[in-house]
Ligand binder design. Structure first.
Ligand code: 2M8
Length: 438
């Protein structure tokens, strides 16, 4: 098996192979354009080896930002075809930057956290500060977009309007919407199942829902107030909201360093935190659950998204330890942390976001446990995650029980987050005791 220097070199080679100059594609054949949170993870890794390329990666992504602050989930490369859905599915609106081809929905806002962490990895304070100063306003706008355009009825939690926005596209949490049986008006043809086995990808009813929602949302010019009464899908996603909160905290760290006022007032963050706990906490599962706004009730499907609050800094270390121990215990027959515990009826160990192990969700938990002072657990999970990659390569995801690599090959965020875990090993801390296994 590869030692750490060899693993680091191999990860660097994946990012070089996916380098298209202005940005890094997530995977050679499956995902040729620029994706929002994928590029944030890549930027984090580039900080250690190539700060110039890191800046380029983020600049290209931010060129896609709409004038209302939204950072789209896909920034299309006009020179590339062969991905479905292409830009023609997202009709133009005045808030889109002229000349840029983008989708009309967003993705979990990892970018502010990536910029904060990448900045900290830069050796020169002057360079770091100049970079942060240049990006600060667009990053604020990116977060404020959700507060301005994605809240309803006075609740500060953020409404997610498409499974693609969650980044965990066919998570069983969204099955309630797939079951509604909606279908788009226009016919469509998928490309993904020509690249990866259909057994590892979303099913047809999932894509029917995705394309129905694209038509609905675009038909209302991407305006939540317009499509909310008709949509079968409007949720408070526990992971998405936790990532947003983490981003707000990290943006405040940047603001403090730059001597600027906080991006979000402390009382707004406190109200958000309170709403998050009040609306989403589920004592029985020791997880935060998502909330279906159309039905007005929690979504009782338990997945790794419910651990997002650990990364978000939304729970203290006692609760973080309990949540993590309970989830691990349910998944003891699995490799590392699967995206869905095997006791959930929808669990499929080899299908995309319905069970396999993903490096980014493990990375969220590692860094969250570390920040909570649970460093022994964080280190153990980091090691298990790196060992999976060592054994099976830089795959998009890994079979939850055998560990076999699945999905796209040469996957950028798997490589990028391996680099981050190797270059910034989990810090030792006095509070690093291992949590009790229940
Ligand atoms: C996957 O999503 C895209 C649609 O956005 C797809 O399946 O075509 C998800 O895993 C998403 O989280 C990720 O950002 C994207 C590119 O890696 O692929």
């Amino acid at each position: 098996m590869m030692d750490n220097p060899a693993l680091l070199a191999a990860a660097g080679a994946v990012l070089r192979a996916n380098d298209l100059g202005a940005y890094t594609r997530p995977s050679p054949r499956l995902y040729p354009h620029q994706w929002n949170w994928d590029s944030a993870f890549v930027a984090l890794a580039l900080a250690y080896s190539d700060p110039g390329r890191m800046e380029r990666e983020v600049d290209t992504l931010l060129r896609a930002q709409w004038t209302n602050g939204m950072l789209p989930h896909i920034h299309y490369n006009p020179g590339i075809t062969g991905y479905f859905p292409g830009p023609e599915w997202w009709p133009d609106v005045p808030v889109r930057r002229a000349g840029e081809r983008t989708s009309g929905i967003s993705q979990p806002p990892v970018l502010p956290t990536a910029v904060y962490r990448a900045g900290c990895a830069l050796p020169e304070a002057g360079v770091r500060r100049a970079w942060w100063a240049r990006l600060y306003d667009p990053l604020c706008e990116m977060l404020l977009f959700f507060r301005r355009y994605r809240t309803i009825a006075g609740c500060p939690l953020l409404v997610m309007v498409h499974p693609w926005e969650s980044g965990l596209d066919n998570s069983p949490r969204w099955d309630f919407a797939t079951r509604s049986g909606v279908r788009p008006r226009l016919p469509y043809a998928r490309h993904d199942t020509g690249v990866v086995s259909p057994a590892e990808r979303p099913r047809t009813p999932d894509y029917d829902l995705y394309m129905y929602l694209v038509e609905l949302i675009a038909g209302h010019r991407y305006d939540l107030a317009g499509f909310f009464p008709e949509t079968p899908f409007a949720v408070y996603d526990a992971l998405f909201n936790a990532i947003w909160y983490r981003a707000a905290l990290d943006l405040d760290r940047i603001a403090a360093d730059l001597g600027r006022p906080p991006a979000l007032p402390a009382d707004a963050l406190a109200a958000f935190r309170e709403a998050y706990h009040e609306r989403l906490w589920d004592e029985r599962s020791a997880l935060f659950l998502d909330f279906d706004l159309c039905a007005g009730r929690p979504i009782h499907v338990e997945t790794i998204a419910g651990l997002g609050a650990i990364f978000g800094g939304l729970v203290d270390s006692g609760r973080a330890g309990r949540m993590y121990a309970a989830y691990r215990d349910r998944c003891r027959a699995c490799r590392a942390l699967p995206s869905v515990p095997p006791d959930q009826s929808a669990y499929e160990p080899g299908r995309y976001w319905r069970g396999p192990v993903w490096v980014n969700t493990n990375w969220f938990v590692v860094r969250g446990l570390e920040e909570a002072g649970l460093t022994a657990d964080a280190r153990a999970l980091a090691d298990e995650t790196l060992d999976l990659i060592r054994a099976h390569g830089f795959c998009e995801y890994f079979h939850a029980s055998s560990g076999v690599g699945l999905g796209g090959q040469e996957f950028s965020w798997t490589a990028a987050l391996a680099i981050d875990l190797l270059m910034r090993p989990v810090a030792a801390s006095p509070g690093g005791a291992r949590t009790e296994r229940r």
